[in-house]
Design a protein around this ligand. Structure first.
Ligand code: FES
Ligand SMILES: [Fe+2]
Length: 382
C-alpha cells in the first residue's frame, strides 16, 4: 500500500487529485475547431528560424487553420500577411516557398501587386474609378515577433504580451548565442494523437522510467519519475542540488560527450544543470545544452493528428569541425522523441474507449494540471 506523505509546503506537488480534461477534448471535431479559434489564433506561434528564411523570400505558413505568408525583405525586415489578395481573394503564394524577384508581392491571378509592407502598389489592366481608394486595399497583416532568432506570429488583433510566453522569462537564453546558431538537423514526424496529449506527456516524468530507459540513465533523477529534486515526496528546500547528468556526461548525446566547444557565456550553474527547458505553450519548447540547442514545435493538423518538428541548433564553428559527429547528438533526442511519440499514440488510442470519459491527475502531475487549467481557461470550460 502506498504511504500517505505530506509534502513540504514549498513542494510543487498537488495536495490532492484533480479530474483531467474530458476525453472528448482529445478527439471531438467541435472542440478542436473551438481550440483553433481560442488557443491557436490568440497565442504567439513559432514559424521558423530567421537564419532559415532567406532574404527576399516568402513562405506559406498555416496557423489556426489559416493560410498565411511570411516574408523576409532585403534589409532583414520580417512581415506576415494572410495569404489572400484584396481583389477577389486569390491565394498570393501558391508554393511552400518562393523567391521574390522584386520588392513586390504579385498576385498570380490578375497581377495586383503589394509592397513588402502590404500596401497595394499596382492594379494592372483595370480602370480606376474615383470611389476606389488604394489605401483601403492593403494586405491583412499578421503580428510578428522575433526572439532569440526564432520567428513567432500571432493572428489576434491584440496579441498577448510576449513577455508572458517563455515560462522561464524572456531573458532565459541570454547566455546562449541564440541569434547566431544555425540549424544543423531537422526531424519532422506526424503523430496520431491530439496536440494536448503531446504536451501532457511533456509535462510529467512519471513515464520516464518505463518509456525512456536511455534518458533515465543519462539524467538519473528521471529514473525516479521526477523532473526535479523538489518533486520527491520527502524534499526540503535545504537539500543541495546535484549535478543533473550522469557522472562524466556533459550533454544529451549518445555517449554523453559535447559535440563541440561549450558556449562561452554560460554560468557555472547553467553548465552543471546539463539542460535548460524553456516552455512556450502551445507552440514549442526549447532545450539548451552546453554545446547545442534543440527546438521542438508542434502543429495540430487535425483533432487526432499533430506534426512534431525538432531543430538542432549549433554554433557555425561546431558544425564546421572536421570530425563533427552529427549522429552522436541527434540520435539521442530522436530516440527519446520517438519513444514519446509512441507513448502519445498509445494514449490517444486508449482514451477513445467508450468507457473512458475522464482521467485523474495525481500529485506529481502538477504541471499537467497547470497545462489543463490553461486550456480550460482559454476554452472557457469548467
Ligand atoms: S484576385 Fe488577386 S489580382 Fe485578382
Ligand atoms: Fe518523455
Amino acid at each position: 500500500m502506498n504511504q500517505m506523505q505530506i509534502p513540504h509546503p514549498a513542494s510543487p506537488l498537488l495536495p490532492h487529485c484533480e479530474p483531467a480534461l474530458p476525453a472528448r477534448a482529445y478527439y471531438d471535431p467541435q472542440w478542436y475547431a473551438d481550440e483553433q479559434k481560442t488557443i491557436w489564433t490568440n497565442s504567439w506561434i513559432y514559424a521558423g528560424r530567421v537564419n532559415d528564411l532567406a532574404e527576399m523570400t516568402m513562405r506559406r505558413v498555416e496557423i489556426g487553420g489559416q493560410n498565411l505568408i511570411l516574408v523576409r525583405d532585403r534589409d532583414d525586415a520580417i512581415t506576415a500577411f494572410h495569404n489572400t489578395c484584396r481583389h477577389r481573394g486569390s491565394e498570393l503564394c501558391t508554393e511552400p516557398e518562393k523567391k521574390l524577384s522584386s520588392k513586390l508581392i504579385s498576385c498570380p491571378y490578375h497581377q495586383w501587386s503589394y509592397g513588402l509592407d502590404g500596401r497595394l502598389a499596382r492594379t494592372p489592366f483595370v480602370s480606376i474609378t474615383p470611389d476606389f481608394r488604394k489605401e483601403d486595399f492593403s494586405l491583412f497583416k499578421v503580428h510578428v515577433k522575433v526572439w532569440n532568432g526564432f520567428i513567432y506570429l500571432c493572428l489576434a488583433d491584440e496579441p498577448p504580451d510576449f513577455r508572458d510566453v517563455p515560462d522561464m522569462g524572456e531573458d532565459a537564453l541570454d547566455n546562449w548565442p541564440m541569434d547566431d546558431l544555425v540549424t544543423g538537423h531537422t526531424f519532422v514526424k506526424t503523430l496520431d494523437c491530439n496536440w494536448k496529449v503531446f504536451w501532457e506527456n511533456y509535462n510529467e516524468c512519471l513515464h520516464c522510467p518505463g518509456i525512456h530507459p536511455e534518458l533515465s540513465a543519462a539524467v538519473p533523477i528521471y529514473s525516479k519519475g521526477y523532473m526535479a529534486p523538489n518533486e520527491a515526496p520527502d524534499w526540503t528546500p535545504e537539500q543541495e542540488a546535484e549535478h543533473a547528468l550522469r557522472e562524466g556526461a556533459m550533454t544529451w548525446s549518445m555517449n554523453g560527450m559535447a559535440c563541440g566547444p561549450e558556449f562561452a557565456g554560460l554560468t557555472p550553474s547553467e553548465r552543471a544543470a546539463g539542460q535548460l527547458f524553456v516552455t512556450m505553450v502551445p507552440t514549442m519548447f526549447i532545450v539548451a545544452h552546453v554545446d547545442y540547442v534543440r527546438a521542438v514545435s508542434l502543429k495540430p493538423i487535425g483533432p487526432e493528428r499533430t506534426e512534431l518538428r525538432a531543430e538542432w541548433l549549433f554554433a557555425a564553428e561546431t558544425l564546421a569541425q572536421p570530425d563533427f559527429d552529427l549522429g552522436n547528438v541527434v540520435d539521442f533526442a530522436t530516440l527519446v522523441m520517438s519513444q514519446d511519440g509512441m507513448a502519445c499514440e498509445m494514449n490517444q488510442r486508449g482514451l477513445k474507449s467508450r468507457k473512458f470519459t475522464q482521467g485523474v491527475l495525481m500529485p506529481q502531475e502538477f504541471d499537467v494540471f497547470r497545462f489543463q487549467s490553461w486550456v480550460r481557461n482559454r476554452m472557457k470550460v469548467a
